[in-house]
Write a protein that binds this ligand. Structure first.
Ligand code: BT5
Length: 325
């Protein structure tokens, strides 16, 4: 009920009466009054003036259900939000809760993580001011299709930024960059067997209102944030909701006939790697390749040093020590 009241308050240009809220939501005026008081205790500044009604003046800068859900247009994605102030990792929490039956589309959000992780056990720096979240999904698709969800998430982050007029690029398979520096990383994990997926966890980290100094010497040359790029703070709840809205649109296409067309179009049109020489690292090998494009199914198409084209299902590309050409 709180976020329904907040949705009305946010959509109103001026004061709205208690009576209007109570008829719109079909609850008593006393109940409205109690909810408004609860919201005030949570840090929302809501002005109440007799004869005029209520007006939302400001809200706390937290990614709670109350701040995210009013901006959602989704049916299942992000409709159940669990918010934590500080935890080790939203992916770890999501996996724990998925095991005990957490619903499809649920989202775990943390204000900060003290054990955030990237792929292959790498560390992910996650101070307050970022978006650190993990979606729990239970798709009825063959397990081999699971890695494609990484690209859906990347395309969705790209579109959410584009909605704000921010131009980024997608680095296959799991990074979003601005000016060649990493703004966002995605970590998809899966539990299942050969035939069926039990759950997927889609962990997404976006550096939003983070000062450059938080990155430390190790990554300050390769990481960026919206704050350091644009020198201002951004509304994180709009960015995360934009991400979830775009994610659902692309994901529902994918669940229907495994259609990745829109996702791949976005990833191809906004990739930072095509035409470039890179080091391709796969589970058993490292080699120098030229990145060409993506296949319809989201695999990377490369040309190896013998001029032979091949497609790569999962792996990593780096330009370290190579001249972009
Ligand atoms: C990734 O791994 O890019 C996946 C990152 C996923 C993070 C999210 S946050 C919510 C959820 N909960 C988690 O615990 N994880 C997910 P990878 O491609 O392996 O990149 C990791 C590398 O990026 C590190 O080795 C650093 O070099 C660099 N890095 C670490 N923190 C960063 C940051 N905040 N911004 C940019 N780069 C960072």
């Amino acid at each position: 009920m709180e976020y329904e009241i907040l949705t009305l308050l946010k959509n109103a240009e001026d004061y709205i009466s208690g009576e209007y809220i109570s008829t719109s939501l079909n609850v008593s005026r006393t109940a409205i009054w109690k909810h408004i008081n609860n919201l005030k205790k949570k840090g929302y500044i809501i002005e109440g003036i007799s004869n005029k009604g209520y007006k939302l003046i400001s809200e706390p800068d937290l990614l709670t259900a109350n701040s995210v859900i009013p901006n959602l247009k989704t049916k299942i994605i992000g409709r159940n939000i669990l918010h934590f102030d500080s935890i080790n990792s939203t992916n770890i929490k999501a996996k724990e809760l998925a095991l005990s039956g957490l619903a499809d589309g649920s989202l775990i959000i943390a204000e900060e993580q003290n054990g955030g992780s990237g792929r292959l056990g790498r560390k992910w720096i996650s101070p307050k001011g970022g978006i650190w979240c993990s979606l729990v999904l239970r798709p009825n698709i063959p397990p081999i299709e699971a890695p494609k969800v990484t690209q859906i998430a990347a395309a969705a982050v790209f579109k959410a930024l584009e909605d704000l007029g921010i131009k980024s690029t997608i680095k296959w398979p799991n990074d979003i960059h601005i000016d060649g520096k990493k703004l966002c990383g995605i970590l998809v994990e899966m539990k299942g067997d050969m035939d069926a997926i039990d759950y997927l966890v889609v962990g997404t980290g976006i550096n939003v209102n983070i000062e450059e100094e938080f990155f430390g010497d190790n990554i300050k040359n390769i990481a960026t944030s919206l704050k350091s790029k644009f020198n201002k703070d951004f509304d994180r709840s709009k960015i995360i909701a934009g991400y979830l809205n775009h994610f659902e649109e692309l994901y529902l296409d994918f669940l229907n006939d495994l259609d990745l067309k829109k996702t791949i179009e976005i990833c191809i049109a906004n990739s930072s790697i095509f035409g470039k020489k890179a080091k391709l690292i796969t589970y058993n090998k490292e080699e120098i390749v030229t990145c060409l494009s993506l296949s319809d199914t989201g695999n990377l198409i490369v040309k190896d040093s013998n001029g032979k084209e091949k497609t790569v299902l999962s792996g990593e590309i780096t330009f370290n020590g190579l001249k972009d050409s």
